[in-house]
Design a protein around this ligand. Structure first.
Ligand code: NI
Length: 134
């Protein structure tokens, strides 16, 4: 059985490599290399798969899942500049691919290992990412 909690966070980022020239950064990252950053309204779905507990009728108490997501994702990333405010992205480009992988690791560490975990991340309405650990 799979259950999902959906959350939103707003964050700014810039895609660039300090070890590349301006020309190369512009060529690869285009507008996402804007030196003054730009923002997205990210939407994340956290899918947890496990057995239904016979006593509670729950796979996982969604109140508890909500708290875990708030502690590890929303409070970390919401209204932040990912490049400047989040140590995870000090030397990692905050692409959606890297944001979802970092988020997955954080939640994986916080969740009981008995659950399987899959994340979906919308960076825009049309750019969607999915990650389940590989
Ligand atoms: Ni962007």
């Amino acid at each position: 059985m799979k259950v999902c909690r959906r959350v939103n966070f707003n964050a700014a980022h810039r895609l660039y490599r300090p070890d590349w020239s301006d020309e190369k950064n512009n060529e690869v990252f285009g507008k996402c290399n804007n030196p003054n950053f730009h923002g997205h309204n990210y939407v994340m779905e956290v899918w947890v798969e496990g057995k239904v507990d016979s006593e509670t009728g729950y796979v996982i108490d969604l109140k508890i899942l909500k708290q875990i997501i708030n502690d590890h994702i929303v409070n970390e990333f919401d209204h932040k500049n990912l490049n400047l405010d989040c140590e995870e992205f000090e030397s990692l480009i905050p692409t959606a691919e890297n944001i979802i992988a970092v988020s997955w690791k954080k939640l994986r560490n916080a969740l009981d290992p008995k659950y399987r975990l899959k994340l979906k991340l919308w960076e825009t309405e049309n750019n969607i990412f999915e990650y389940s650990g590989e």
